[in-house]
Ligand binder design. Sequence first.
Ligand code: GAP
Length: 471
Amino acid sequence: MDKLTSLAKRRGFVFQSSEIYGGLAATFDYGPMGVELKRNIKDVWWDAMTKSHDNIVGLDAAILMNPRVWEASGHVAGFSDPMIDDKTSKFRYRADHLIEGYIKQLERKGKVEEASRVMAAFVEAQNADDMPRALYNLIITEQIKSPDSGAFDWTEVRQFNLMFKTSLGAIAGEGADVYLRPETAQGIFVNFHTVREASRLQVPFGIAQIGKAFRNEIVKGNFIFRMLEFEQMEMQYFVKPNTQAAAFEMWKEERMRWHTESLGIAPEKLSFYKHDKLAHYADAAFDIKYQFPFGTEEVEGIHSRTDFDLKRHQEFSGKSMEYFDQELKEKYLPFVVETSVGCDRAFLEVLCDAYSEAEEEGETHVTLKLRPRLAPVKAAVFPLMKKEGMPEVGEKLVKELQRSFKVQYDAAGSIGKRYYRQDEIGTPFCFTIDHDTLKDETVTVRYRDTAAQERISLAQVKSFLTEKLSE
Ligand code: GAP
């Protein structure tokens, strides 16, 4: 992760937010290469949802919503994490993460039996009626110390709501409390009728949305894996009651295929995780997990949310959320299957999966083996020398390609160094203009992953790229 974090900074993928002021925990900025990669990930998700399915349409709902939305959704009452404070260092931790860290520590030390004993007690504590107290008791009996100060000086475990609150209105104190949305999904639920009517859709249909979400989480490390402000790509699929199991299976498979085929992730690094303990609104839930360098963790959730959300919004708003099924000639509240993937997590998954190193002449050479469709820069053009008309031919080619692709022109340093610079940002194809180009109008194309080279005609470069990028 250290190598990846440093590459991400050096090559302009991700920076610590407000770094000149010492940063702000768990907030990050996407640099020039990062925004391109992130945009490409969003595009392949958007295409997979709204272009590949004619019964899925898009939405971009506001981040701030009527606060009653969050009462109806259950977030005001129940969207909280168990927190514990180290009284010596004043650092705050998530109690469950503290115990998980302790279990991992035991495993690393080879204390396998002890680790599985604590794991069993942990699972029991998470299912206890008084979960915060049960977690606290486990921390105390196992004498788990603070990771930062080493102290054993804990407060009780308390539940903290994760929603960021702000005030509406010009004069502080006089406004009503409003929240920064902790998930994009609720913007979709409250628009169920408006979108359906405007798009003349009939159940089953889906609404897809990409947008920022905010959670006041306690975060320790792991780069952009868990942040206070992040982007979600969510799709709510509305189905007839009692057909949700089939829709759930369909989406489970389709979403896994998106990770392997659209993102190009190695299938052996991906797995499903079935939730046995379900959220109050769900009748089934699976995560798609990726094997990150720091552990196998969730990148996406697929949840069968029943009719909970529509029912609650109907109750709290007093407006019917029922749907009239023209075929069945009956009214019902549709059930919902949700697919929810973090854009930043998918970004990290893609970076981790693409990162590869090779030792060459005593130097470490990094290549990001990104799918061409995702690569921030699709091609680079190099004049072999800054003379004999080579720069002019290169610049002309770049201008022509830039109408369709993100392309870079690089004339600085040796060709080898220029290749390395492009490999580090994952550019799949480099074209070199040399003496032969001036004679026969051909260029050398060099493939990033194999370093293989071939000659193609200058006039074919654009169609070559078009073909390769659509593969
Ligand atoms: N609407 C359902 C929902 O929000 P979730 O499992 O809480 O479900 C869905 O979140 C996805 O959002 C996760 O799988 C993860 O990829 C991403 N996500 C959640 N919290 C995050 C955070 N603090 N930072 C980055 N991504 C996060």
